[in-house]
Design a binder for this molecule. Sequence first.
Ligand SMILES: C[S@@+](CC[C@H](N)C(=O)[O-])C[C@H]1O[C@@H](n2cnc3c(N)ncnc32)[C@H](O)[C@@H]1O
Length: 184
Amino acid sequence: MIEKELLENPSPWMNDYAVAYYESIMRPAMRILEWGAGYSTIWLEKFDPAYLVSIEHNKDWADALEPYLTTTDLRKVDTYPKNFVNEWEEQSFDLIIIDGIDRLQCLYWVLEHNLLAQDGIIVYDDMHRKWSQQDYIDAWEVLEDEDFKMVMQPNSTLEDRLAASLDGNKLEDKDITLFAHRVK
Ligand SMILES: C[S@@+](CC[C@H](N)C(=O)[O-])C[C@H]1O[C@@H](n2cnc3c(N)ncnc32)[C@H](O)[C@@H]1O
């Protein structure tokens, strides 16, 4: 299940623009909460976080990944965020990544528990779906209403995307990750 060549150069499962931006916001000693583990979790460890917790629902995948994680607090749960009990203090995390299952509920959950630090960032993957899926529209609107500064990578409009698809560009080039910065 684990691909050895990806282990040598682990990276978040995102487009190149998103990975470059992600890298630019990383600082040492961050406190990080990740919903949905992957090669991204191995990559996050390289930035020496003060605390990194990653929550994964697929037990086989979590078991496969676990030997390659050294500092991560990996939580294997059947599902989330339903029934997930909060054990962290308010504003505990500098970075929260929403990249697994039930993403909108994860967003509500972290906002409800006020887990993001004052100048923290939420990474919300696949935000291009806001042009086609209600739960992504809702996530976008919640973050906008909360006055987050929204940075899309790549920063494409629906028109750009349609033009790119007419030009025959690859589908992966059209995935978009949102970096929502909390502004004090
Ligand atoms: C969109 S992936 C993102 C995982 C991670 N944040 C990343 O960027 O690598 C979401 C889910 O897919 C599953 N998954 C991720 N990578 C996988 C792989 N290489 N093989 C099997 N399942 C995988 C896991 O259940 C994970 O929570």
